[in-house]
Design a protein around this ligand. Structure first.
Ligand SMILES: [Zn+2]
Ligand SMILES: [Zn+2]
Length: 823
């Protein structure tokens, strides 16, 4: 009998798939399209089995959908620019490009060995000129439409990565990439105006029914919409007003001071002459504080009185204006109305600087005494000390107060978002140059489309110094102005890699197009992506940016759709010894080693069998052994009968006895189950359990039966091979071929199940006497009570129990149970 040796069959089938180009997707087809996409990797090292999980899940979906008759687009590429590559290149003293392409080669060979069905003809690598030319084109489109702009602002700075970071890349005050505490710098930087799309990005989340709720919630919170009022406070003695935003206009009568962010230009305007010197001391001190720490609830509140007063527009009282360390310039207007009685941070500040605390919302349960307050009362309640609104419930008063403010000309209803504009400048080398030049005469001039790409020079000193490496390259830097022909300097910053990945799914549709980033008609046929698969860590970075860029391109008339990803699946991680796999922990499992030991089919099947794919799972050597044993047993079962069924057709199947009926029922039940498991939320682990169950039934049948039912076995092996094929495609091809088929199994149809085979025709009825189980009888399905009773009473075992007793009552539960009550 043929032995199961994966190394003998896997590479062979991979070569055949390649040669026959079976995974190359026709641009158009009669079939319905299915765009199946996995998030592409940073080529910053070799893959471990945790990375591989993403690709295996995607491959099952792609292979299944192909068998279901779809025209499936299943591409792969590399997010090849960016810090991971640059940092690793520096560490290994090698050019980032060389290092990146070396890794791409390794990753590609790793993936090919796993047998993932990618259309390699559509491979996209974001650091190639033919790709980043169009990333630069997207920048120009945003610039032309007022959605890319430059401004000087306080930005997040990672001292270790030596570059600025977008807000999305700062996690708990630390650099998302390296974990270093982020500091602040004032720099002139390029931004994308994602805030113009805040409302649509928020509202359209509702349309994304195929997205996990947690991802939508994360985006919603990140966008952070709040409704309230914009109120203007006149400054005493100056002809100006300070604008603030508040979600609590109901506390307006309780405002007893104002606080301004140290970074706000208002500080310089407001400070009185005699306090200037002391102010600069205070500002220097604050600038040394960490801005995430200083604004936290627990941080020590510190402030400085500017010598100036504002007028509370409803009470007309004079209130002092402070500069305070707990106010962030980036949020709201950089100034707040402070209500110590009803905001904890204002309360702490007021206590420290002896400022009045006035209760304007009283606790309906027990009245608050302002002089005895130990913390702010932030809940709702009944309005007091609030002029016309006294006695009204604060939640009810909110709308009326906004109306009042509008009528009095003090302010207006307003909506605010936490979302900030997307900072895209990076002071690093390995990225797409920003296509802009600076001319002494003309100012900022975008590079015309015909001059794209602005090529990234290769011979550059790229060590991180805090200064853009390109600014040290005179040859790159000095150019002529496209407008006036005079001398000009190029922008030396490169773009955030998240710009590269915000549109790559469009490029897969036309990866080789030279005069356009994509063809409108082709993109409208293929997009949106039907199934997107990746990690939940991209919830507010990549997934939000991609939605934004799609909406912009839609509004500019390049796309007919507004949302890029119809369904999103976020997979769980693979742990080893309780930890996330990492080189430093030494707990990395390499797919190459596992393939060498067990074969790709075992690796694929095990990764999916470990746990539901959305859950985290712990790698187990015994687990992969077990899956390998299952595949061997299946192989041995099939090959033990293969010579006998090779020339048999799965036709005119006659079922002689119960064991044959049961076996065929099991086959069709499992086809039904696996189909439903895949369709109904990717339950691959239970689908594989179904394959194991079917294989066990086959073993049982082969062990017991004397005369084999060959047409039945032919049907079973054929269909078992088909439903096995997405999981263990190499083994499936081999069996399919050995069954005498000349086709490739990847081109076969997914089997349907025979509804009539699922029918159970005999059932086991439990017989109880006075509630105790006394026996079982076999009966035709749906036999009536009279006939069941007859069968039971005729049964010798049962009748012996009944001897000499009176039957008082008989209860029959159809197809299940007969309970006889006797005395
Ligand atoms: Zn960093
Ligand atoms: Zn010029």
């Amino acid at each position: 009998m043929k032995e199961y040796i994966p190394s003998k069959i896997e590479e062979k089938w991979q070569e055949i798939w390649d040669k026959e180009k079976v995974f190359e997707t026709p641009q158009r087809s009669e079939k319905k399209k299915f765009y199946n996409l996995v998030m592409f990797p940073y080529p910053s090292g070799t893959l471990h089995v945790g990375h591989v999980k993403n690709y295996v899940i995607g491959d099952i979906v792609a292979r299944y959908k192909r068998m279901k008759g779809y025209n499936v687009l299943h591409p792969f590429g590399y997010d090849a620019f960016g810090l991971p590559a640059e940092n690793a290149a520096i560490k290994n003293k090698i050019h980032p490009e060389k290092w990146t392409f070396k890794n791409i080669e390794i990753i590609k060979s790793q993936i090919k060995k796993i047998g993932i069905s990618y259309d390699w003809a559509r491979e996209v690598i974001t650091c190639t000129e033919s790709y980043y030319k169009w990333t630069q084109w997207i920048f120009l489109k945003l610039y032309e439409n007022g959605l890319a702009y430059k401004k000087k602002a306080a930005v997040n700075w990672c001292p270790s990565c030596q570059t600025v970071l977008a807000n999305e890349q700062v996690v708990d005050g630390k650099c998302e990439r390296c974990g270093t505490e982020v500091t602040m710098k004032h720099l002139e930087q390029w931004y994308f105006k994602i805030t113009d799309y805040a409302e649509r990005l928020l509202n359209d989340l509702e349309k994304l029914e195929g997205w996990p709720e947690n991802v939508k919630t994360m985006q919603k919170n990140w966008i952070g919409k709040s409704t309230g009022a914009e109120i203007e406070f006149p400054v005493d003695g100056l002809d100006m007003k300070i604008k603030i935003f508040t979600t609590r206009p109901d506390t307006l009568w309780g405002v007893t001071f104002m606080a301004i962010a140290p970074e706000s230009p208002l500080v310089e305007t407001l400070v009185t002459e005699d306090r200037k010197e002391e102010l600069s001391k205070f500002l220097r001190k604050v600038s040394l504080e960490d801005r995430f720490k200083r604004t936290s609830l627990e941080a020590e509140k510190e402030g400085f009185f500017l010598g100036r007063y504002a007028i509370n527009p409803v009470t007309k009282e004079k209130i002092p204006i402070y500069v305070a360390n707990y106010i962030l310039y980036e949020y709201g207007t950089g100034a707040i109305m402070a209500v110590p009685a009803h905001d904890q941070r204002d309360f702490d500040f007021a206590k420290k600087y002896n400022l009045p605390i006035r209760v304007v919302i009283d606790n309906p349960e027990s009245s608050i005494d302002a002089s005895k307050m130990e913390k702010a009362y932030e809940e709702e309640g009944v309005m007091v000390n609030s002029g016309p609104f006294d006695g009204i419930r604060s939640t009810k008063a909110l709308g009326k107060i906004i109306e009042y403010i509008e009528k009095e000309g003090i302010g207006k209803r307003s909506v605010q978002y936490k979302l900030r504009d997307w900072l895209i400048s990076r002071q690093r080398y390995w990225g797409a140059p920003i296509p802009v030049v600076y001319c002494e005469k003309c100012g900022v001039v975008p590079v015309p489309e015909k001059d794209l790409p602005v090529k990234l020079p290769k011979d550059v000193e790229f060590l991180p110094t805090g200064q853009s490496p390109l600014s040290l390259d005179e040859q790159f830097l000095n150019t002529t102005c496209p407008k006036c022909g005079g001398p000009a300097k190029r922008e030396a910053d490169t773009m955030d890699t998240f710009v590269d990945s915000s549109w790559y799914y469009l490029r897969y549709v036309n990866p080789k197009l030279e005069d356009k980033p994509f063809d409108k008609e082709d993109v409208n046929y293929w997009m949106p992506v039907n199934q997107y698969i990746g990690g939940v860590e991209h919830a507010v970075l990549h997934l939000l940016y991609s939605r934004f860029i799609t909406k912009v391109l839609h509004d500019l008339g390049y796309l007919d759709f507004e949302e890029p990803f119809e369904n999103l699946f976020t997979q769980g991680m693979i742990y080893k010894d309780g930890w996330k796999m990492s080189k430093s922990k030494g707990n990395v499992v390499s797919p190459d080693e596992m393939i060498k030991k067990y074969g790709a089919d075992t690796l694929r099947t095990y990764i999916l069998f470990m746990a539901p794919p959305e859950k985290d799972a712990e790698w187990s050597d015994a687990g992969i052994e077990g899956v390998n044993r299952f595949l061997k047993r299946l192989w041995n079962n099939v090959y033990s009968i293969l010579p006998k069924i090779k020339d048999v057709k799965a036709e005119n199947i006659q079922l002689k006895d119960k064991s044959e009926k049961d076996l065929r029922r099991k086959l069709h039940r499992i086809i039904k189950k696996i189909t439903e498991d895949i369709e109904g939320g990717f339950k691959f682990n239970t689908a594989i359990a179904g394959l194991m169950e079917l294989n066990n039934s086959l073993s049982e049948y082969l062990n017991k039966s004397r005369e084999l039912n060959l047409p039945l076995l032919r049907e079973l092996v054929e269909k078992l091979t088909l439903i096995l094929s997405p999981f263990a495609p190499h083994m499936a091809e081999e069996i399919w071929h050995d069954l005498g088929n000349e086709t490739l199994i990847v081109n076969e149809k997914w089997p349907s199940y025979d509804e009539s085979a699922l029918q159970v025709d005999e059932v086991t009825i439990i017989i109880q006497i006075n509630g105790k189980v006394r026996g079982k009888i076999l009966a035709k399905v749906d036999t009536n009570e009279e006939d069941i009773k007859k069968l039971a009473f005729e049964n010798p075992k049962i009748s012996s129990y009944l001897k000499g007793k009176d039957v008082v009552k008989v209860i029959y539960v159809k197809n299940k149970l007969l309970n006889i009550v006797v005395k």
